[in-house]
Write a protein that binds this ligand. Structure first.
Ligand code: SUG
Length: 447
């Protein structure tokens, strides 16, 4: 039997509101606010605990080291790490702020992952996202690839591709723009790649937000994952959705099993896209379930404000589906009404759980942003030897660890503080022991 394991990003000790993501309304609006890294990491752990309690499998990906001193060295700073940080902070607070972001927590952007049932070599394929459109995110790629290769190490089962080349608009934002429809996690499926525009299209209209995912990047991933072209659908995100703040497709749609839940304005040429998905599903005898949310039910503005579609849609052991929603949905009348009606209606979604993720939400990261879905069969899972997998006892340990090491307040003007760098390293050094991951961080590998 195959299981889906959600690998959540553990929030890092520098979680802050740097205002780094144009096109992400929450990030733009909350710039400069005081964050609470301790509350943020505890909220993330509570979500993982909630999914474990529902009988689901849960994994975790460690935070990245921040401030990222290796990047500052590459950019010409020399001396001790402390001296580098102090000098960089003095010369360019903006550079340090970018290299301090805890944005690796949103592991839906870590990689695109294809289950082995969809590739002829019967291996799980990974491509770490290049995250080319934003500097603070592009810095994540190298370490993400290292972590994925560390956890999914067995090359009989796992194939890791290099991230895609960068330059121009060749952005690849990983699983946030990728979905899959299948009869069950064990069965072959149809993969959906949602892109913003061609990497080579000119974008002269400055009043629009930039599309982050390129068609060429999506096509490259489908090719290198050896996917059958008849079971792949490329869908263009709508301009309206991007301009309303849906910087990733997972802000306006989500898939699970046979279900595609989407906002009426999520895609350009929606009817054509839906027909293409239906036709691809019919090739492998899947009858897809399309749950369309009309704009009269929930406007794009409310979809983006509440993050209704950034829910995790998960299959429970009894075959029913559950929605894991941000608590913000319960406070948005139209989104809440849609959830209530959905639970009453005849569809596979039978329950809903509201989770407080406000610290992450203020940077535009909801439940679905915080997780990378990996479908594994039993021998693939066994080959991990427990690496990266969580249980209740591990959640307890992580909570104790977080309370000991994380600050309860952090303002962006404190990111140049060498004490914060030290605290972070102490925390991460201990974490690699707790997670039994070995010295994965650069600061642990220095002579
Ligand atoms: O890339 N926010 C992230 C949020 C990513 C959400 N992920 C998904 N939708 N899958 C981003 O825009 C804000 C950081 C700051 O402003 O400090 C940030 O990077």
């Amino acid at each position: 039997m195959n299981n889906e394991i959600n690998f959540d990003g553990l929030v890092g000790p520098t979680h802050n509101y740097g205002g780094l993501s144009t096109g992400n309304l929450a990030s733009m609006q909350n710039v400069g606010g005081v964050s609470n890294p301790r509350a943020a990491v505890l909220q993330g752990i509570s979500k993982m605990r909630a999914l474990l309690a529902m009988g689901l499998k849960q994994g975790v990906l460690p935070p990245h080291e921040r401030v990222h001193i290796p990047s500052l060295r590459r950019m010409g700073f020399t001396g001790t790490d402390k001296a580098i940080l102090e000098r960089a902070w003095k010369q360019s607070p903006a550079l340090v702020t970018n290299l301090a972001s805890a944005s690796a927590m949103w592991t839906a952007n870590a990689a695109t992952v294809s289950p082995s049932a969809d590739s002829p070599d019967k291996r799980v394929h990974f491509t770490a996202a290049n995250l080319a459109s934003l500097f603070h995110r592009a810095v994540e790629t190298e370490f993400t690839a290292r972590v994925l290769r560390t956890i999914f190490a067995n090359n009989q089962h796992f194939e890791h591709h290099d991230s895609l080349p960068v330059g121009g608009r060749m952005g690849d934002e990983g699983a946030a723009n990728h979905g899959r429809l299948s009869a069950s996690h064990s069965q072959p499926g149809v993969q959906l790649f949602v892109y913003g525009q061609s990497a080579f299209e000119r974008q002269d209209n400055k009043s629009h937000f930039e599309a982050r995912q390129s068609l060429e990047a999506s096509e490259a991933i489908a090719r290198q994952h050896l996917l059958d072209p008849h079971r792949v659908v490329f869908i263009q995100q709508s301009r309206a959705a991007i301009d309303a703040g849906a910087f990733h497709n997972d802000v306006v749609s989500v898939t699970n099993g046979r279900v595609l839940l989407y906002h009426e304005q999520a895609f350009e040429e929606t009817e054509k896209a839906i027909e293409a998905v239906r036709a691809a599903c019919h090739q492998i005898e899947i009858e897809p379930v399309f749950l369309k949310v009309a704009k009269e039910q929930v406007s794009l503005v409310d979809a983006v404000k509440s993050y209704l579609f950034n829910s995790q849609l998960v299959s429970l052991k009894d075959g029913q589906m559950s929605l894991i929603l941000p608590i913000d949905v319960s406070e948005n009348p139209s989104a809440k009404r849609w959830v209530d009606d959905c639970l009453e209606a005849d569809n596979p979604i039978a329950s809903a759980h509201f989770i407080d993720l406000r610290q992450s939400m203020r940077n535009g990261g909801g439940p679905a942003c915080l997780r990378l879905r990996v479908v594994l069969n039993e021998s693939q899972e066994e080959s991990l030897g427990g690496a990266g997998l969580l249980d209740g006892a591990m959640c307890d340990r992580l909570e104790v660890w977080a309370k000991q090491h994380y600050r309860a307040q952090l303002a962006p003007d404190e990111l140049g503080d060498p004490a914060l760098l030290d605290e972070g390293r102490t925390a991460l050094d201990e974490l690699t022991g707790i997670l039994k991951m070995g010295p994965i961080y650069d600061f642990q590998r220095q002579p």
